[in-house]
Ligand binder design. Structure first.
Ligand code: FAD
Ligand code: SF4
Ligand code: SF4
Length: 469
């Protein structure tokens, strides 16, 4: 049998149907497709793919077990290093990570590592497999984890397995961070996938306290000095939206993507009035930005009933930072791409509602500090996009509360916490940090990788503390 140079496609909902519903777009491999895709893996001894995975899953080993039909062993292999495989299999930018380094990518398409990881995780969940509760020593040391996004979840799971008593504090009413409030249901089902994976951590003994805003309910210093925590990990993420600072941004009908997506995902506004949160979306929507957040905003607006949705991005298609799959799906669903276009003002009527987005066309010049070609305005290219809603998705900065209320915690110019790249150690003894709050907005698996490294360092720190007593 000759080796297929392309991945086995994953079944999906029809674009015309899915553009009107919030059910998951991709349906996952069938057992036959998973088997056939697993057959494509060459089981390379050096496993270059592993180096592309921030948590270094033993990719050939888990795929071999799929080939052999031993799913219990396959999920156990993945779970050795990844507590959220059903999430990562769905949302990792695989083309930039594990799959980028797959040897098959040199001649054709990489092995569909993410799809196989998702398949194994979904299979084991559907079989009712869950984590086994752990027993804790009476004198187990206590660790507080601030923020329950991928970084916090990964540090909590690893520390629980090492025998520490972990309490996770989350400001919102549900744990999961961006997995719950940012990434839409149609890409990442909340109850079925995210909460199921988080429940496995609860079963390990991790306590999750919601509606607890650290910096207000307790400060980090209070957690350590009064609440008896021996170490603290901060994984509070990048949830502070940036705005364009152009005229008209305060008009009715302008949203930050953060607010728009939180209303829809966390507060379930798409089910209004059954849910308590309404959302207003007009007929013609412009979403400014080119990353995953922008794609999610645009595709959500479409599902909420918008008739025409445009992505407005100042560089070309090649520079779009979103995952390739999201761009492909957005196009299939009919999202319009206004590339090499930058907004200059939001226009409004006398009642204060948006009536249009004034833009200019751009061309690409020499590369800037980021290595990407700098967009330059084309003279006399001004035009108006006829829209009644504008969603701004041009990036997020660090959540500031913990930094401003913790004594001796150093930050950089942008307000991100300064933490050691390999250990997550901050300037404050016993306090560690990782994920978007340190790196700025990045990816789920990078945040999880930072959590894993921090867990090792926290373990070492606590052992040293114990020995010195
Ligand atoms: P977060 O996920 O942001 O979690 C931080 C948590 O800390 C939040 O729950 C927050 O409420 C809580 N918190 C903040 N302050 C406090 C406080 N003072 N006290 C208590 N809790 C607090 N990445 C991908 O890999 N693939 C994708 O497809 C993808 N799509 C994305 C789509 C959207 C819309 C967004 C916004 C991001 C996307 N990302 C994607 C990026 C990815 O989700 C993040 O990089 C990742 O979630 C960062 O994890 P984190 O744990 O550092 O922070
Ligand atoms: Fe690839 Fe992400 Fe899975 Fe790692 S966790 S193997 S990067 S899909
Ligand atoms: Fe399999 Fe590709 Fe990894 Fe080789 S590089 S082991 S073919 S997934």
């Amino acid at each position: 049998m000759s080796l297929s140079l392309t991945k086995h496609p994953m079944p999906e909902q029809d674009p015309k149907v899915r553009a009107k519903n919030f059910s998951e777009v991709t349906l996952g491999y069938t057992p036959e497709l998973a088997q056939a895709e697993a057959e494509r893996c060459l089981q390379c001894k050096t496993a270059p793919c592993r180096k592309g995975c921030p948590v270094e899953i033993d990719i050939p080993a888990f795929i071999k077990l799929v080939k052999e039909g031993d799913m219990n062993a396959s999920i156990a292999k993945i779970n050795e290093v990844n507590a959220l495989p059903a999430v990562c299999g769905r949302v990792c930018p695989q083309e930039e990570q594990c799959e980028k380094l797959c040897v098959l990518a040199k001649k054709g398409e990489a092995v569909a590592i993410g799809r196989l990881e998702r398949y194994v995780a979904d299979y084991s969940r559907n079989q009712g497999q869950t984590a086994t509760p752990l027993a804790y020593a009476d004198d187990a040391q206590k660790v507080a984890v601030v923020g329950s996004g991928p970084a916090g979840l990964s540090v909590a799971g690893d520390l629980a397995k090492m025998g520490y008593k972990v309490t996770m504090f989350e400001a919102l009413h549900l744990p999961g961070g961006v997995l719950m409030y940012g990434i839409p249901e149609f890409r990442l089902p909340k109850d079925e996938v995210v909460q199921a994976e988080i429940n496995n951590l609860r079963k390990l003994g991790v306590e999750i306290v919601v509606n607890a805003v650290i910096g207000s309910t307790f400060t980090v210093d209070e957690l350590m000095e009064e609440e008896g925590f021996d170490a603290v990990f901060i994984g509070t993420g990048a949830g502070l939206p940036y705005f364009m600072e152009i005229p008209g941004e305060n008009l009715n009908g302008v949203y930050s993507a953060n607010e728009f997506l939180t209303r829809c995902n966390l507060m379930k506004a798409y089910r209004f009035p059954q849910s308590g949160t309404p959302i207003h979306v007009g007929k013609r929507v412009a979403v400014v930005g080119g990353g995953n957040v922008a794609m999610d905003g645009a595709r959500t607006a479409l599902r909420l009933g918008a008739e025409h949705v445009s992505i407005v991005y100042r560089r070309s298609e090649k520079e779009l930072p979103a995952r390739l799959e999201e761009i492909h799906h957005a196009k299939e669903e009919g999202i319009d791409f206004q590339l090499l276009t930058a907004p200059t003002a939001v226009l409004g009527n006398e009642q204060g509602w948006v009536t249009g987005l004034q833009c200019v066309r751009m061309e690409l010049g020499e590369p800037d500090a980021s290595g990407r070609r700098r967009p330059i305005e084309v003279s006399d290219s001004e035009f108006v996009l006829d829209v009644d809603t504008v969603i701004i998705a041009i990036g997020q900065g660090p959540n500031p509360l913990v930094q401003s209320t913790t004594k001796g915690l150093e930050t950089n110019k942008k307000g991100n916490i300064n933490a050691h790249a390999e250990t997550g150690a901050t300037s404050k003894p016993g306090v560690f940090a990782g994920g978007d709050i340190v790196t700025g907005a990045a990816t789920v698996i990078l945040a999880m990788g930072a959590g894993k490294k921090a867990a090792v360092a926290i373990d070492q720190y606590l052992q040293e503390q114990k020995a010195s007593k």
